[in-house]
Design a binder for this molecule. Sequence first.
Ligand code: AMP
Length: 283
Amino acid sequence: MQVIEHIAPLKKAIRSLKTGGNAIGLVPTMGALHEGHLSLIRQSIAETGVTVVSIFVNPTQFNDKKDLEKYPRNIRVDLHMLKRILRKNDLVFTPDVQEMYPVRDTRVFDLGHLDQTMEGVFRRGHFNGVAQVVTKLFDIVTPDKAFFGEKDYQQLVIIKHLVKQLNYFIEIVPCPIVREEDGMAMSSRNQRLSPRERGAAALINKTLSAAVQKAKCLEVEQVKRWVIDTLNDHKLLRVEYFDIVDGSQLKPVKSWREKGRKIGCIAIWAGKIRLIDNMAFQK
Ligand code: AMP
């Protein structure tokens, strides 16, 4: 693998790899890599000739400055992990803020109603920042496929929308959530949890899994209430929102009889750490 910090040599490398007939796969990350990220990378390796992994903690998607400062960074460990799975031709793009934003990015994206719900309500401007950085990466890397985790379900739906809206010729490949043995969704933020908070956070997945069973006999609103009350009962946990939405438009589901995939999305505080997770309600 080759590690590249600047856009010009990256574009040059990609141009020559494309001329060799390789399909390009992009895996955008903010580093502090774990098995969740690696699963996206493995998927890209399986489906494309060259994988480009970007590692960039994007300041424009942080609505909370403290959260940006405290975001875990460990590029040395990240590169060590990547070395073990990437191939000779694969690229790691590690730009700094100046390289990605030589001038302030003032673009405002119209994401319709997709960013007016859930994360969009509690993290104002977050998805506009995501759209800024992802479109920049799309323009720089010009991938054939880009790989995104279902862990950030709303982000995935928004990226698919952007690709359509802006006529990108890029296939967005959704990748399933990778979990710890106790069901906790892997996240770079998990390393900031104290042992007690980590223990409490295991309840999130357990409660969502139990809710899928409850959905067989309770209405949507009753299931939502049950999830919120059950988790809030734990003194270290505080639910910010739990919504059950349709899988493509993120509109609130009112009845299990509605057609289509239904996803229960949660944001929850474990102490001072904000976590998100989601679960498909298959009804
Ligand atoms: P991040 O570094 O948190 O911005 O994540 C980079 C990509 O990895 C995003 O597409 C995430 O959805 C994905 N991702 C993060 N955690 C997981 C996980 N536990 N399982 C699957 N994908 C994940």
